[in-house]
Design a protein around this ligand. Sequence first.
Ligand SMILES: [Zn+2]
Length: 62
Amino acid sequence: MIDRELLEILACPLCKETVTQPDEATLECVKCGRRYPVREGIPVMLVEEAALPGDAKKNRNK
Ligand SMILES: [Zn+2]
């Protein structure tokens, strides 16, 4: 898992909002819902790497 302090300084490059970590390989923006991959423990905070909300595996209960 990503260090909590690191998670706190990470932000969505689009919205500058905080991200949460719904699972070990994903960071999700609290605002736009884009999901950024975590590769080998390193967050990839790139818009072109992000999955848009509504893509496969998105939890639709929210
Ligand atoms: Zn965002």
